[in-house]
Ligand binder design. Structure first.
Ligand code: TXA
Ligand code: MG
Length: 314
């Protein structure tokens, strides 16, 4: 079993020491748990890919502890600056052209862009207080192809001894990954709907559109079945068939194995989604009730569509 410790000044200081010396630490964020390594350490970054079983062509997000650090790694233009001022720290990842200075080559999958995020979580301040300012690469702390972890227990189940330490910060409040925007000049496209709903960007970006996973611009990690559980998934289900487990949303007469939100609250549903998919993964098929497309529903439906994608495409 990995060393699991509750978040405290001492455990965060220990985590910083492990990271500085090339180790791997799983850390909670406001979205999901991440598998962290010091982003300037080639060997540590390689260990992240190994531990997850992640293909080397799928780049990693560089996590900074202070918004101002973005300029160290990326060319920050006016639009990026505005979004950072408004949404950071928080669950927004911005893909930008690299600056002259680079993090580990391995993390970037040979792209000329870099994805940057400044998470809103207390351990960043605690690490800064002990003199460690990152940056960290931090993919979701699951085995590649599984759904993201939202508790320390999920991380331990997926990664076991492959991680040197897990900091336990309880259940992640958002439960779904950061929104990923790619900025080119002063235009932006949506690479991954996530914890910040698309309409929140309307004051800054007109007509933000999702770039489909097969388009050349898209993130390799947006392969359609990236988030797939073992069970089959049937979407927009209004009945429960033989052998199925029913994943409900809102009030229902159908006998449900799990309800993402009894009251039909999308934030609660996002928080519960990956836990529910893990819980029901031992059945043949999960029938999922329709989830509205507005607000966080876009990200929830995106992940459910991936979970339901034909397994031959994996
Ligand atoms: O909420 C999150 O973003 C979590 C927490 C731990 O911070 N992290 C996360 O990382 O979801 P990961 O590696 O599981 O997903 C990152 C996504 C992948 O789809 C990857 O392909 C994409 O971001 N990405 C990373 N760098 C990119 C780049 N330069 N261009 C396009 N997409 C990129
Ligand atoms: Mg992931």
């Amino acid at each position: 079993m990995p060393d699991i410790q509750k978040i405290s000044e001492e455990s965060v200081a220990k985590a910083a020491d492990i990271l500085k010396s090339g180790g791997l630490v799983a850390l909670p964020t406001e979205t999901v748990y991440g598998l962290a390594a010091f982003a300037l350490d080639d060997e540590a970054v390689a260990r992240v890919y190994n531990a997850k079983g992640r293909p080397s062509h799928n780049p990693l997000i560089v996590h900074i502890f202070r918004p101002a650090d973005a300029k160290n790694w990326a060319q920050v233009n006016d639009l990026a600056e505005t979004l950072m001022a408004h949404f950071w720290p928080g669950p927004l990842t911005i893909v930008l052209p690299k600056s002259g200075k680079a993090v580990s080559q391995a993390a970037g999958a040979d792209l000329d862009t870099v994805a940057i995020r400044c998470p809103d979580i207390s351990w960043t301040k605690a690490m800064l207080a002990v003199g460690f300012s990152g940056p960290l690469v931090m993919p979701s702390a699951n085995r590649s192809g599984h759904v993201s972890p939202t508790t320390a227990g999920h991380v331990a189940y997926d990664l076991g001894d492959k991680v040197d330490m897990i900091l336990d910060g309880g259940t992640c409040p958002n439960g779904i990954e950061s929104t990923v925007l790619k900025i080119e000049d002063n235009h932006a496209v949506l690479l991954r709907p996530g914890a910040i709903p698309t309409d929140a960007f309307a004051p800054f970006i007109s007509d933000l559109r999702l770039v489909k996973s097969d388009a050349h611009i898209s993130a390799p990690g947006m392969l359609k079945s990236h988030y797939a559980p073992k069970a089959k998934v049937r979407l927009n289900a209004t009945d429960k068939r033989n052998g199925e487990a029913f994943l409900a949303f809102g009030p229902t007469d159908i006998e449900a194995e799990f309800n993402l939100s009894d009251t039909g609250n999308l934030a609660e549903a996002a928080r519960n989604l990956y836990h529910a998919l893990r819980l029901l993964d031992n059945v043949d098929c999960i029938a999922v009730a329709p989830i509205p497309m507005h607000g966080l529903g876009e990200a929830i439906n995106d992940r459910l569509n991936r979970a339901a994608a034909d397994k031959k495409n994996r």
